[in-house]
Every structure is written in structure tokens, then in C-alpha cells.
Write a protein of this length. Structure first.
Lengths: 512, 314, 634
């Protein structure tokens, strides 16, 4: 081949490269900023997409030259390098080489600073898995904090990622507050001058600090950050839950009275505030958890007015339907619920559905001038019912009603006193002061009785969580009595609680 | 070595047997093969050659005729496919023969990152020469090739001619008995060429054997005692330079002081033999003509050993 | 420090390694000879082939042994050095300095064990750079010489081919040595300066510690936080001070005045860079029935390095030490112990699990429990002080004295050691015990570690308990660490030069790289060769791979399976040979020793040195043959 041919060929190659680069250039054109505040061109498609998804480096968070240098140095093999590092980290973890594990993670996140899963997964690894490998609770605590610090660093690189903020809140609140060694952890957390720096000691409660982080996450989302992979309902529930837990742990720490009450009041406020927040549902509708009661009232009113338009009609339709049931179904329905066979339960369930009279059915049977009005009322009632049901579903997810009730009853003087007395009883028991223990318990149980009898909380005695808690208290009472060789009091002051809940707790031995 | 003794050189045969043979090749053949062992080029075909102490032997031929291959076979850089090459009576692949050999390669294959002095010192060490001797000899050789001033400069800064001269110096570092020069005058200017030729003759006079190959006829003609002409891997001609260049069916008589009678007599003799006297005496041809003849002949009758228009006259 | 592959004692190793080596050399020679004969016979016919080979063998002896000239080699070494300089090897040093300049970006001085990170960094980056350099120098040198034909001027001198090969390797090794020494010096300074720091302490940081009567027993508090850590300090009322170890080091605390209102000044970090000279023992386990076993329990770890023993049972770790003489340990035995702790119930969260340490005379069975301790697990790895014990020469305090027989299950049932009839129960009646007279038998003694709490477990591996004989010099140890890199470099150089005798430069580079990477799979290949892996040998596993067959399922019996298995048996020999030809480069890294502050034992150095020689020599000889058989001109 002659020199000339080679030369021409090279020129052709260069030309082809240039032509192939053109679309890339067009796609990747950066946005321009116009003079004097006038916005310039939006740039190429890539630039637009980058802005749309908030992917440009400067918008994500702190720009770190070390991280940039490292990414450049991998020459486009970043993914491969990250994979290798990930595997190495796994090996270090397997071989319990914690120093190398931290160092590897350090490198890994420098290589992939915007890969959120890396931060979340590895922080979890440090706080939950690695910390558990240690025997000394202080070292466990160290590693929990290490995971939290890891997340905080992740936030510096990704300033608009609410999930990391939420995780930080979760680790501080839940990992420290709910671990086996929560007592030690909370104590260490309070004494951790390095973590808190200038925060005063009395505010160094893990629940309060966690709450601040949750709040920060909420603000971030409210300001437009995109929440991916977490249901908004759960996301927003954590902050008020922190206040609940804080109140509870105050009492565990032996703080009652006005301070505990204030905290419970605050918890209720925040919980209701949470209930006032609008959440999208699968439909286009938005719902508010607090709205259920209002909606139910709305339904009842509509139904009442419907019934006014045609008195007795609803019952008439019901009787008609009842007559159409098969004999088996009728028998099943007439049998008491506890005595139904499995088959009958099924039949009764179906029968119930069959004899239910909907508002629309009632409305459609109305003729004459009121028909229009009836149909409107029926429609209103049905819609409200539907919405109410949807709210109930969402409420179940966060156990809304329980916590609302809890925050309400905990602030009553009866509850505060009952809690304090039981706490003092436990303390006395721990110090082997059986006489005082029994005294406190007797008083405490009486206070519980008062509380359960309050007209504001008719449902409290039936509530499962409260029931379980009371069974635990009863069990401790039994222990105190056993230790003193005293017989079980007849009648027992909370017998109804035992009767209501013992079936759900087979390990609970009913005292005789 | 019956085939190698050409009729034209048989007069020297007696002489040869009495002299030391420095280099001898028997049926030396080199075939280049490709990776799969298939024959690619037959670079040298059954070469039989003897070179004697104290002579300057020239290998002549166009590019690719097998000159350099022969050289490299003699040096052991290549391994023969057939036959063998003996140097000082040892196989060419034997390293110990190198003690007495100096070799100037075709182009100066020296390390460009060494200085002139370091180069000579390095090759001196390879000859296991003690440091003091090395120093002294390098100085002498640098002086000889006129590079004393440039001895501290790296070879990368050397001109082609300088590098060539340093190449010669390294070839002489061990005061060799046999010197192989591959195209010794390439890259030299006319003065340099002249100096090189003088040096070659000087070395011969000091009893060294010199084998040089060249495609420059003038070089060979000027300095060589004997030449072998290679073409396409075959030895086409071998002999003393003067005898090779005689046109044997032409007689040139150049006489001084001959009486006219005698001349008439000679003319008479010539005429009696239907000859025609133009000039009395032997003319000589040039090596160039000889060479071109061989090439023409080879192409007409490939594979035949030619005697390029030169008769068998003794 | 974790040592997963424990080297056998020198002579055990030497005999075995020498046998394998000789066998391998013979196999390679025979194989090479057969190959050469075959090729030459095909090319030139039998007779000439025989002559050539005969001559090559004779020449090889003179070239490799007889005719070697140090002056010629020195010339070639000089050339290699010049060439290296020409090819700007010093740039590597500049690169190293550059790396160190930016290393601070990536090394976290607040890490729990910064010295490990620093040392691992300097050792690994030096290693990578030097090996990369060795690769390029060795693989490109000869092919370049051949391409530029400069080799022709060289080989037409009376230089032996062997000298060309050795000269290259030696020359480049020399260059590498100088570079490594430079890097070692710079690394030392880098590590020292990177770790150096001090803290401040003032009287406000201290609070009084009182006994129940309210009398001040001393003061405690924290120093300032530097490099992400602070130390707890204890100051006695009389001014004596103690600083707790954090992040692998302590500081000396000077107290001038009467505490608490005194002036406090802390010294530089100490004990961060150590070179502990330690003596390891052999570890055996005793199970909960009191019977000796080889392995401990697995508590569910994927990593089977540590074996566990059950607490509150006769189970124990038994380390047997040899060569314990009054001369070596005139005052007693300084011991350090790392323990893994595994709890099956919470126990007391605030406290470590209790264990005991005892010394036993293997001949008489006299066992003296000297101490009950609280566990500090994996302490060394975390840079916090480890469980340290000192067993004095004269033991006056013993928490229990017993005569214990060891139980082994032998072919004739349970064997007791020492046998019951030789027991001397009077021994246990003594009040004081001399370590060497009562508890050592011919320099041998056993250390027993037990876990005292039922339901809790202790875990340990052989290197977890050791005698800390003395402390060596850190700088020297670092130098030894660099020697490890030097050995690796030399091996790479030899392989590079050898492969470049017959391959072109880039191909030789890739081949050498392949050899190095292959070396990482040595153990795996050996396992394959001995049929210790799941899923069969190479052929069977290939079959399983393409048919997506699980490694655990049995292949259907039949001709195909039989053939596969036979092919695998055939491949085993090859695999074994290949595994042994490949250099175990990974095993030459001693950075862990240096990083975790252990003196690299002389025996390890010796073994690796011999291994290097055993690799480099034959590789160079192979290079000689390859280059000799090759025409250097074209």
C-alpha cells in the first residue's frame, strides 16, 4: 500500500469518527446560561435529562476531588472496580477484618458516591451486621455509630436523597432504641460528645435526634425531592412515632409526671398532624387519616336522611333478602358466632353479604318526587363509605388508631400514675423489697382499673397491645405474690383483661 | 572439496593446501521457513568455500543474494539447514570461536544509550578483558577511528559515519584474527571510505584474515584478494580478483624495445592464424562488467554455475 | 493477626519441597528433551537430531557452569542498568512519591488501626509499582534487542547465552533493589509522619473517682480528640498516670504537680509500630467430653478459621509450646491472646465472658490455673490492647491445681496421657510451682484456655495465642517486608526474561502476567489435582457447566462418565505440575506481618528466599535453552 493510500484512509477514518461524534455532541450539548438572567438554551437531550432527574454532579451534593480522581483513574472501568471492591468488602467481612472492611467501603463509596444502594446497604452492614459480631457492647455501639456516620457522609455527597436522611433517622432512633442493649446504647449515645458536639445532654435522646432527621427528610421531600422506594405513609409516620417512643422511653427511664405528660401531649398533636397530611391513594383521590370519623358521620347522616325519605324501607328490603336465603344459610346466621362450624362460618359470611342493604338499593326503591334527592344521598353515602374504608386500610398500616388512643390515654392522670406505680413496684422488686413492691403494684393495678373504666376509652380494655402489656404486668404481680407466698386475690381487679386476652397468649398462665 | 576447486583457480590449489584454512563451509545451505515449517526462501544453496589466513575475501552480490546470510551463518547467528560452517576448525555455533573474531554488522547495531567509551568498555568486558587493558585499548581504538573527542557522547548523537567508525572500533577491541565486515563502507563519505579501505589493507598486512561483503564493486575491486560472487543464493564465481578480470580469449601484448622485425614476425604469426592485430597485450575488464554478465547468464540458464564470459584460459 | 496458611517447620518444609522440586525438574527435563527430540527428528532426521541434542547438553554444562565469567556478566548487568535508566525507571519512583502525596486523600487516620492502613498502603503500592516495572523491563528488553539487532553485536562476542539471561535478571534486579531501598526509606518517613500526633489534657477533663466511702482514689477523663480518637487516662493521686490504648497506640503522660490541678503533657504515639518477636505453639482442642479433637466447633461462621469451645465444660484450647527454657524466658512467660466470643444467651451485656488460663506439664499432667480473666475479643485487630498475661517463673497464686490426663480416642479405645498408673497426685499438693521445674517437660509446656460460662463459647486459631519473646526493630521489619517485594520482583523478572527469549514483547508481557495470575490459583489447582473439589476435575466440571448440572448431583454412570473421569485423572498430573511451576507470588506478601506489628520470622524469610532461588534458577536455565535454540538474526 502506498503512503498516499494510507493517508487517504486515515483521513476517511477521521471523517467517520467525526460524523459519528456529531449526534453525541448534539445530544450532549450543555445548557447555556443567557446573559443578564435571561435563560439560555436548554442544551442537548442528555443535558435536559440530567437536569430533569437531578443527575448533574454539582446538583447532587458535595464535589469531592478524591472521588473524582478515583473515578477518572478507573478509565471507564468504574463498574468493574466497584464490583471487585464490593466482593473484597464481603470477604473482609467474612474474615472479620474490620479495619480493611472500613477502608474498602471508604474506597467503594468514593468510586460510586451517587449509588444510593451502596450507602444504604453498607451502612446497614456496619450498624447491624458488623456491630453484632462484637461481644463488648461498647464496640457494638461504636459500629452502630460508624454506620450512622457512613450514612451522614452519604448525605454530604447526595444532598437531595431523602432515603439516606430517613435511614439516618431510622438507625439513630430504632437501632439504638430497640436493640437488646438499648439501655447501654442509649446511655452511650447520651455520653457521646464526639457525635453530638454542642448538643446539650438532656436533648441527646436517640428518639429526639432520630426525630430531627426524620423531620429533615420530610422537609426535603416537601421542598421537592423525589421519594422513591418508600411509601409516603410510612415515611411521614416515623417522625411522630419517634415522639411516641420518646414518651414511652422517658417512662422506662423513670420519668413521669408533668414531663411525661407534656411529651404525650406533644405526641398526640404530632400524630394528629400526621393524620391531617394528605396521601395519594391508588385512585386519584387523596386521603387524610383523620377524616375517617367525619366520613362515617357523613354516611350516617346521609343514611338517616334517606331513611327519613322512606321510613321502614331499608328494613323491608332486608327482610325480603332474608327470606331469599337458603335454609342452611339462615341456620348458620342464627347460630351464635362462637358455635358455628367452619362451614357455617363461611355460609354466615356469605349470608351477611347477601342481606346487606346498600344505600343505593334503598334509593332506587324510592319513587316520586324524592327519588332524585334519594339517589344523591345514596351516592354521597356510598362514596364516603368507600373513602372511609380506604382510610381504614391505611390506618391499619401505621396502627393509627392504637397510637392515637395510646397518646390520649397516656396523658390522663390515671395512666401516668399507674405507670409510675408499676415502675416503682418493679424497682422495689429488683431491690428485693417485696413489701413495697406489692404495695406499689396493688396501687398501680387499681389505677389501671380506673383508667380502663374511663368513659373516654371504651375500647381500651379490648385493645390487643394494651392487653399484652397488662398481661405482662399481671405476670410480674404474680411473681411478687409467689415470692411472698401469698395466694392469688379473688376476685382479681383486672380479671376482665385476663379473660379477654388470655386466649391470644397461650404462654400466659392464668393465675389461680 | 573437489567441486569448489575451479579450473581457473587450480593453480592456486597447491598454495591453498599449504596455507591455514580459517573458514571453511561445506554444502552450507540455509532455507528460511515460515511458522508452519513451510519453505519460504532458499537463501543459500550448498556453499562450499575456504578462506585462508591473511587474505581479504570479498563476498559480492546484489541485495538478497545471500551475502549477509553467509556471514551470519559463519558467525553462528543463524543455524544452517544443511551442511556446516567451520571457523578456526570449530562449528560456527561454538561461542568460543568468537574470542578471535571481530564483526562489524551491516548497520551499526549498537546501544544508542551508551557513550562511545562505554560501548567499547562494554564489549571489552564481553571479551573478558581486564579493566586496565580495556581502558588502554579503547583509548587506542578511539584514536584510530578518530572519535576521541566524541567518546563521552551518547551514540544517539552520533552521525551515521561516526557510528560506523565506532562499530569498527568495537570489532577490533579484542585484536581479532578474523574480521568480518558487512558492507564496511556504507554510510561513509569518500574520505572515510578511503580510510576504511586503507585500514583493511593495513589489517591484512598485520596478518589478519578479513571477510567482507559488499554490493559496492569498487570496494571489493580495490581491496580484496579473492572474491566470491553470489547470486540468488548460489556461488556463481570464485577466484583471485586479477584473474577473474582477465578476458582470456583476448591477448594484449605490450612490449617495449621490440625491434620492428620481431613485430612483423608476430603479425605474421597472427595473420597465419587468421588473426588481426589491433594491439598487443592483455586488456582487463571491470568487475562491473563481470558482474552484469553473471546476472545475465544466470537469468538465461538458472541453476548453472556460470563463468561470466570469461574463458578457461590459464 | 490472621495467618491462614501456616508454614511447617523449616526442615519438614525443606525435605518435602526439595523432593517436589527435584521431581518437577526431572519431569520438565524429560518432557523438554522428548519435545526437542521430536521436533528435531522431524526437521533433520534422527541422526542429526541426536548429535544436536548431545551437543546442546554438553554445551549447556559449559555455558551454565564451566564458562560463566563474572566480568562478562558484570558487563551485561551494566548494560541492563543503563537500559533501565534510559527507559526512565526513575519515573516509577516519582510516581511513588506522587502516590504518597495523594495517599492522604484515601487513608483515614481516624481508622481504628491506622498503622495497618498506612503500612498496607505503602507495601501494596510499592509492590504493584515494582512488579509492573519488572514486567515491563524484563519483557521488553530482549525482544527490543532482537528487533534492533543490537543482540547480534553482543552474541558474536564470546558471551554465553546463559550470561545474557542471568545478566539481564541480575541487572534489573539491581535497579529494582535500589528503587526498593529508596521507596523503603520514603515509606518509613511517610508512615512515621502520618501516624505522629499527640493529644492535650487539662485538669477540666478529669473527674475524680471515689470509693464507696467517698475517698478519692484517682482521676479519670479523656484527652482531646485527634485523628478521630481520644484516650481515657487514669491519674493516681500521687501523680502516677496510665493512658488507655486506642487505635493501636498509647502516649506517655507526664504529670507535673499534684493532681488534679497539675500540668499534663502527652508524648508522641507509642507502640503503634511494633515488631513483636513471637513464638507460636501448636493448637489442639479438647471437646466438652474432655476428649482431644483436631478441630473446634463451628458456631455458624462461613469462615472456618477459628474453632470454638463450649463454656462451662471440660472443653479447652491446648497450645503446646516447645523450647521453653529459663535462658529464653528468665522471668516467666509473656502471653498475648485473641479470642472470638460467641454467646448463645445475652448473659451480662456489660461484662466480658469469663475464661481461665492454665499451664500444664505434658509429662506429669500437673495443671496450674494461674488466672481467671474477662474476654476481650479480637482485640489486636481493632488496635485496642489484647488479653495479656504474664506467667511468672515462680507461681505462688493459683486459682486451681489439678492433675489432668488427656484423653485420646486411639485404635484401642480411650487412651489416657499420662497413663493412670504413673500419676503422682502429690504434685498437686504443693503451694508454689516453678514454671520450668514443675510445669515444663524438656522445654515443652501446654497452655490451656477455657471458657467458664455455660452457654457461651470461645473461638481461637493457632496464631491467636503466642509468647511475646521480645520486640524487634520496626524499621528492620519494614525492610524485611520490602524484601518480600524484592523476592516477588525477582521472580517476575526471571519469568519475564525467560518468556521474552522466545515471545515478542507484548506477548511475553501477557504471558508473564498470566503466570502471575495463574500463581494466585495454585492452591485451587492443587486441590483440583488431588480431587478435593466438588464437581470433579476440569473435564467433568466443564461438562457440568455446559449442561448446567449441579455440582452435587451424581453423573449418570455410563461410558461418557467413565471417559470424563479418566480424562480428569489424566489432567490431574498436568494440573499438579502446572500448579507447582506457577510462582506462589501471593504468599510472598508479608505486609500483614509488618502492618500488624509482628516480626517476620527468620524461618519464613529463609523459606521464601529458598523458594525464590528454586524458582529463579530453573526459569533462567529454561530461558537459556530457549534463547540458545533460537536464531537471534533473521
Amino acid at each position: 500500500m502506498t503512503f498516499r493510500q494510507i493517508f487517504i484512509r486515515k483521513i476517511v477514518y477521521l471523517g467517520i469518527i467525526a460524523v459519528l461524534l456529531l449526534p453525541l455532541f448534539w445530544l450532549g450539548q450543555p445548557a447555556t446560561v443567557g446573559a443578564r438572567g435571561v435563560s439560555g438554551g436548554p442544551g442537548g437531550l442528555l443535558a435536559q435529562l440530567r437536569t430533569e432527574y437531578g443527575l448533574s454532579e454539582a446538583e447532587l451534593g458535595e464535589i469531592d476531588p478524591t472521588s473524582e480522581a478515583m473515578r477518572l483513574a478507573t478509565l471507564g472501568l468504574r463498574g468493574v472496580a466497584a464490583n471487585i471492591l464490593w466482593k473484597q468488602a464481603d470477604t473482609h467481612k467474612m474474615k472479620k477484618d474490620w479495619t480493611s472492611l472500613s477502608a474498602t467501603l471508604e474506597q467503594l463509596v468514593k468510586l460510586e458516591p451517587h449509588f444510593i444502594s451502596v450507602w444504604r446497604f453498607q451502612a446497614w452492614n456496619l450498624s447491624y451486621n458488623v456491630s453484632a459480631e462484637f461481644d463488648d457492647y461498647r464496640k457494638r455501639y461504636d459500629w452502630v455509630i460508624r454506620g450512622i456516620e457512613f450514612l451522614k457522609k452519604g448525605i454530604r455527597y447526595n444532598e437531595f436523597e431523602p432515603k439516606l436522611v430517613w435511614d439516618t433517622g431510622w438507625f439513630i432512633a430504632q437501632k439504638i432504641g430497640r436493640a437488646d442493649e438499648w439501655k447501654q446504647f442509649r446511655r452511650l449515645f447520651r455520653d457521646d460528645d464526639d457525635f453530638h458536639a454542642t448538643r446539650p445532654k438532656e436533648l441527646r435522646d436517640n428518639w429526639l435526634v432520630g426525630k430531627e432527621w426524620f423531620q429533615r427528610g420530610e422537609q426535603m421531600v416537601d421542598q421537592g425531592a423525589v421519594l422513591r422506594g418508600i411509601s409516603p405513609l410510612l415515611f411521614y409516620s416515623d417522625r411522630p412515632m419517634c415522639q411516641m417512643n420518646y414518651s414511652e422511653y422517658l417512662e422506662r427511664d423513670g420519668i413521669f409526671g408533668e414531663r411525661a405528660k407534656r411529651s404525650w401531649v406533644r405526641a398526640l398533636e404530632e400524630w394528629l398532624e400526621f393524620g391531617n397530611r394528605e396521601f395519594p391513594t391508588s385512585g386519584d383521590e387523596v386521603i387524610r387519616l383523620n377524616d375517617r370519623e367525619a366520613l362515617d358521620r357523613q354516611v350516617a347522616e346521609a343514611a338517616a336522611r334517606l331513611d327519613e325519605l322512606a321510613p321502614g324501607l331499608r328494613e323491608k328490603i332486608r327482610q325480603e333478602k332474608l327470606r331469599r336465603l337458603t335454609p342452611e344459610e339462615r341456620i348458620a346466621l342464627e347460630t351464635l358466632p362462637q358455635e358455628r362450624t367452619v362451614e357455617q362460618q363461611m355460609q354466615a359470611f356469605q349470608a351477611e353479604a347477601k342481606i346487606t342493604v346498600s344505600h343505593r338499593e334503598v334509593a332506587q326503591r324510592i319513587s316520586g318526587p324524592n327519588r332524585q334527592e334519594a339517589l344523591r344521598l345514596a351516592d354521597e353515602a356510598e362514596k364516603a363509605m368507600e373513602k372511609s374504608e380506604r382510610i381504614v386500610q391505611q390506618r391499619t398500616i401505621v396502627n393509627f388508631e392504637y397510637w392515637r388512643m395510646r397518646a390520649q390515654f397516656e396523658q390522663t392522670p390515671q395512666a401516668l400514675e399507674a405507670r409510675e406505680l408499676i415502675y416503682l413496684g418493679d424497682e422495689a422488686f429488683r431491690n428485693s423489697d417485696l413489701i413495697r413492691a406489692k404495695e406499689y403494684y396493688d396501687k398501680g393495678l387499681a389505677k389501671w382499673r380506673e383508667l380502663l373504666d374511663l368513659p373516654e376509652f371504651p375500647q381500651l380494655v379490648k385493645d390487643g397491645s394494651t392487653g399484652r402489656e397488662l398481661l405482662d404486668i399481671i405476670r410480674n404481680y404474680q411473681r411478687i405474690l409467689d415470692a411472698r407466698d401469698e395466694p392469688w386475690p379473688q376476685p382479681f381487679i383486672l380479671q376482665d383483661v385476663i379473660d379477654l386476652h388470655k386466649d391470644r397468649h397461650p404462654d400466659f398462665q392464668v393465675p389461680q | 572439496m573437489s567441486t569448489s576447486v575451479l579450473p581457473g583457480t587450480s593453480a592456486e590449489t597447491k598454495l591453498e593446501t599449504t596455507r591455514d584454512v580459517v573458514v571453511e563451509t561445506r554444502n552450507l545451505t540455509k532455507v528460511y521457513r515460515d511458522f508452519w515449517g513451510r519453505q519460504k526462501v532458499r537463501a543459500l544453496k550448498a556453499l562450499d568455500l575456504s578462506i585462508f589466513r591473511g587474505e581479504i575475501f570479498g563476498l559480492l552480490g546484489p541485495n538478497g543474494s545471500g551475502k549477509t546470510t553467509t556471514m551470519k551463518l559463519l558467525l553462528g547467528l543463524l543455524f544452517p539447514t544443511e551442511g556446516e560452517a567451520l571457523v578456526f576448525g570449530k562449528p560456527a555455533t561454538d561461542v568460543s570461536k568468537n574470542e578471535r573474531i571481530g564483526y562489524l554488522p551491516e548497520e551499526t547495531y549498537l546501544y544508542r544509550f551508551l557513550t562511545g567509551e562505554e560501548t567499547l568498555d562494554f564489549y571489552g568486558r564481553l571479551f573478558n578483558i581486564p579493566a586496565a587493558v580495556r581502558r588502554q585499548r579503547s583509548a587506542e581504538l578511539l584514536e584510530l577511528v578518530g572519535l576521541t573527542a566524541a567518546r563521552k557522547r551518547q551514540l544517539r548523537e552520533y552521525s551515521k559515519g561516526m557510528a560506523r567508525r565506532l562499530g569498527l572500533a568495537q570489532a577490533l577491541i579484542n585484536d581479532p584474527d578474523l574480521i568480518l565486515l558487512d558492507e564496511p563502507t556504507t554510510g561513509l563519505d569518500p574520505i572515510g571510505t578511503r580510510a576504511m579501505k586503507d585500514l583493511i589493507l593495513q589489517l591484512r598486512d598485520r596478518g589478519k584474515t578479513i571477510i567482507m561483503c559488499s554490493h559496492l564493486l569498487a570496494d571489493v575491486q580495490d581491496v580484496c584478494d579473492r572474491v566470491g560472487i553470489l547470486y540468488q543464493g548460489e556461488l556463481k564465481e570464485l577466484g583471485r580478483v586479477d584473474s577473474l578480470l582477465k578476458i582470456r580469449d583476448v591477448t594484449e601484448i605490450r612490449v617495449a624495445g621490440l625491434p620492428p622485425v620481431a613485430l612483423e614476425e608476430i603479425k605474421g604469426v597472427v595473420e597465419r592464424h587468421n588473426g588481426q592485430v589491433q594491439f598487443i597485450g592483455n586488456p582487463t575488464t571491470t568487475l562491473e562488467e563481470l558482474f552484469l554478465n553473471i546476472v545475465a547468464e544466470s537469468e538465461a540458464h538458472p541453476g548453472r554455475r556460470v563463468r561470466g564470459g570469461v574463458s578457461d584460459g590459464h | 493477626m490472621v495467618i491462614e496458611k501456616v508454614l511447617p517447620p523449616f526442615w519438614t518444609w525443606f525435605v518435602q519441597a526439595a523432593l517436589v522440586w527435584v521431581a518437577l525438574i526431572v519431569v520438565v527435563c524429560v518432557f523438554g528433551l522428548l519435545l526437542a527430540s521430536f521436533v528435531l527428528t522431524v526437521e533433520r532426521g534422527f541422526k542429526r537430531a541426536a548429535v544436536s541434542i548431545g551437543r546442546a547438553i554438553v554445551e549447556a554444562f559449559t555455558d551454565l557452569i564451566g564458562a560463566i565469567s563474572f566480568r562478562r556478566i558484570s558487563g551485561l548487568v551494566f548494560l541492563a542498568i543503563k537500559e533501565s535508566i534510559r527507559r526512565r525507571v526513575l519515573a516509577v519512583f516519582a510516581l511513588f512519591i506522587l502516590l504518597l502525596l495523594f495517599a492522604g486523600w484515601y487513608i483515614d487516620p481516624a481508622s481504628t488501626n491506622p498503622s495497618v492502613l498506612y503500612l498496607n498502603f505503602v507495601l501494596s503500592s510499592t509492590g504493584y509499582l515494582i512488579i509492573l516495572l519488572a514486567l515491563f523491563l524484563s519483557c521488553y528488553s530482549l525482544p527490543n534487542d532482537i528487533r534492533n539487532r543490537t543482540i547480534q553485536t553482543v552474541v558474536t562476542k564470546p558471551v554465553r547465552i546463559s550470561e545474557i539471561v542471568f545478566g539481564r535478571v541480575a541487572g534489573f534486579a539491581l535497579v529494582g533493589t535500589v528503587l526498593l531501598l529508596l521507596m523503603c526509606g520514603v515509606s518509613y518517613l511517610f508512615v512515621i509522619s502520618g501516624l505522629s500526633h499527640t493529644h492535650t489534657l487539662s485538669s477540666e477533663n478529669l473527674s475524680a473517682m471515689t470509693d464507696p466511702q467517698g475517698i478519692v482514689e484517682g482521676y479519670t477523663g479523656f484527652t482531646s480528640t485527634v485523628h478521630g480518637h481520644k484516650h481515657r487516662v487514669y491519674v493516681d493521686p500521687d501523680g502516677k498516670a496510665r493512658v488507655e490504648m486506642r487505635h493501636g497506640h498509647v502516649h506517655r503522660l507526664e504529670v507535673s504537680g499534684i493532681p488534679p490541678d497539675a500540668k499534663y503533657s502527652l508524648g508522641p504515639a507509642e507502640e503503634a509500630l511494633l515488631a513483636r518477636v513471637v513464638v507460636y505453639g501448636d493448637l489442639q482442642f479438647r471437646d466438652r467430653d474432655g476428649v482431644d479433637t483436631k478441630e473446634g466447633l463451628n458456631v455458624g461462621d462461613e469462615w472456618t478459621y477459628r474453632g470454638y469451645i463450649q463454656g462451662g465444660s471440660p472443653a479447652a484450647f491446648i497450645w503446646t509450646f516447645a523450647g521453653i527454657t529459663p535462658r529464653r524466658f528468665p522471668d516467666g512467660l509473656p502471653l498475648e491472646l485473641n479470642l472470638g466470643v460467641f454467646r448463645t444467651h445475652k448473659g451480662n451485656i456489660e461484662k466480658g465472658v469469663l475464661g481461665s488460663i492454665a499451664v500444664r506439664n505434658p509429662r506429669t499432667g500437673l495443671t496450674v490455673e494461674t488466672e481467671i480473666f474477662e474476654s476481650k475479643e479480637f482485640a489486636l485487630n481493632q488496635g485496642v490492647s489484647t488479653n495479656q498475661f504474664f506467667i511468672p517463673r515462680l507461681i505462688t497464686k493459683a486459682s486451681s491445681v489439678q492433675i489432668i490426663q488427656r484423653k485420646r480416642i486411639g485404635p484401642q479405645g480411650v487412651e489416657l496421657d499420662p497413663p493412670s498408673e504413673t500419676l503422682d497426685h502429690q504434685l498437686a499438693k504443693k503451694q508454689e510451682f516453678d514454671l520450668f521445674e514443675d510445669l515444663t517437660d524438656n522445654g515443652k509446656l501446654e497452655i490451656w484456655i477455657r471458657c467458664l460460662e455455660p452457654g457461651q463459647y470461645f473461638g481461637a486459631a493457632k496464631p491467636d495465642l503466642y509468647l511475646r519473646a521480645r520486640d524487634g526493630y520496626f524499621a528492620l521489619n519494614l525492610l524485611k517486608g520490602f524484601l518480600g517485594i524484592w523476592l516477588q520482583m525477582t521472580i517476575v523478572l526471571a519469568y519475564g526474561v525467560m518468556l521474552s527469549t522466545f515471545l515478542s514483547a507484548p506477548v511475553a508481557l501477557i504471558a508473564t502476567l498470566g503466570v502471575m495470575i495463574g500463581g494466585l490459583f495454585r492452591d485451587f489447582m492443587t486441590q483440583l489435582a488431588f480431587g478435593q473439589t466438588w464437581g470433579g476435575g476440569p473435564f467433568e466440571s466443564f461438562y457440568r457447566l455446559i449442561t448446567q448440572e449441579n455440582v452435587m448431583t451424581q453423573l449418570e454412570p455410563g461410558l461418557g462418565t467413565t471417559l470424563l473421569k479418566m480424562a480428569d485423572v489424566g489432567a490431574r498430573g498436568f494440573l499438579y505440575a502446572a500448579a507447582n511451576v506457577l510462582p506462589p507470588l501471593g504468599e510472598f506478601g508479608w505486609s500483614n506481618f509488618v502492618a500488624y506489628g509482628f516480626d517476620i520470622p527468620g524461618e519464613v524469610v529463609l523459606i521464601r528466599l529458598l523458594q525464590t532461588v528454586a524458582i529463579v534458577l530453573p526459569v533462567c536455565v529454561a530461558g537459556y535453552f530457549f534463547l540458545k535454540a533460537r536464531e537471534v538474526a533473521e
